[in-house]
Write a protein of this length. Structure first.
Length: 343
């Protein structure tokens, strides 16, 4: 990572990650501890890199034991190879630096554990949803569908849809993620999209529905839709027209807004467009395009506003751009774990 993007030099950040793995592997090795303390005292930069790495690991440590039975045997083999490489190279290598082969082995070790953790935390809920779905997408995958009545649906990455057409109505359920709908007009058979407790009803229009932890968001590109939620008190019944947006909150509240029709579902063109949106919300929308975990740390960073246009085809570059907008930095803990923190 370029030094201009991270106030902690890349070498110190890499060394901190190396030390973390070595110390976890041999916590009672006195010689290793002595070398680590020497490295830590050598420079305030090293101390800062270590503290940031320690905080990051604390943020993700809760899921580490998951699926250990699957990855522990391979982890043991990798550690054994790493120790042999360390024994053969320690006399010829400056203290605190890892040989290339060992670094690759440790990167694989960390990646294996991270993959197991991510599988347990992320995939189990997804599997339950995908068993119910008629159509679903994976990381960075979009899918264009043509339904039986001629309506068209585009699914964003990591989204799932269930289709239930009947004789008198057309109903689909967004189980996860985001979808854009171009509905074929049919006044006799309303088209309904369910997302949690919210139901969107149309006759003929183009609109986006997005389900996330903050509720269900709807944006209309053309035509009009009606939003209903009978589970709140008083019941929700709202009409949205072209260029209007609404987010139905889990408790039943509603946030209204406006958006140029050309920006509705910009993800179909691999664009993430933000105007004074919280950094954390943008990271949430970027996560389906990255095959791993993105962690935001530090105070109120997630709530800071960001404005810009970012390329979803390159999620790493997009994340760095989002971070730079608030003078934040991105660190790569492993190829599968990116950490955003205040500078």
């Amino acid at each position: 990572m370029a030094a201009s993007e991270d106030p902690i030099p890349a070498r110190a950040a890499r060394e901190a990650t190396d030390w973390l793995i070595l110390l976890q592997d041999a916590p009672e090795d006195r010689e290793l501890l002595r070398r680590f303390r020497d490295w830590l005292r050598r420079s305030p930069v090293n101390a800062s890199a270590w503290e940031q790495t320690r905080r990051t690991v604390a943020a993700i440590d809760g899921g580490a034991p998951a699926l250990a039975a699957l990855w522990q045997p391979a982890l043991t083999r990798l550690r054994s190879g790493a120790r042999q490489a360390e024994a053969g190279r320690s006399s010829a290598r400056p203290a605190g630096r890892l040989g290339r082969r060992q670094a690759l082995g440790l990167a694989a070790l960390g990646g294996l554990a991270a993959a197991a953790c991510l599988s347990a935390v992320l995939y189990a809920p997804r599997l339950a949803i995908e068993l119910q779905a008629d159509q679903a997408t994976g990381t960075a995958e979009t899918k264009a569908l043509r339904l039986a009545d001629g309506s068209r649906v585009t699914l964003a990455p990591e989204s799932a849809l269930r289709i239930a057409y009947g004789g008198s109505d057309r109903r689909v359920e967004l189980l996860r993620g985001t979808a854009f709908f171009e509905v074929a007009p049919d006044p006799e058979r309303p088209f309904r999209v369910a997302s949690e407790a919210v139901e969107v009803t149309v006759l003929g229009t183009g609109f986006e529905v997005r389900q996330d932890r903050d509720g269900t968001a709807v944006a209309v590109a053309h035509g009009s839709v009606r939003l209903d939620d009978a589970e709140v008190s008083p019941p929700l019944a709202e009409t949205l027209r072209a260029g209007e947006t609404a987010r139905v909150l889990p408790g039943g509240g509603i946030e209204r807004g406006r958006l140029p029709a050309g920006q509705v579902a910009a993800w179909r063109r691999y664009r993430l467009i933000a105007q004074d949106q919280p950094l954390g919300e943008l990271v949430d929308r970027l996560r389906p395009y990255f095959p791993g975990a993105i962690i935001v740390t530090g105070g109120g960073l997630a709530g800071r506003p960001v404005t810009g246009v970012y390329d979803l085809a390159d999620p790493r570059a997009a994340l760095r751009g989002i971070a730079r907008a608030q003078n934040a930095v991105v660190r790569e803990l492993t190829p599968w774990i990116l950490v955003v923190s205040a500078s």
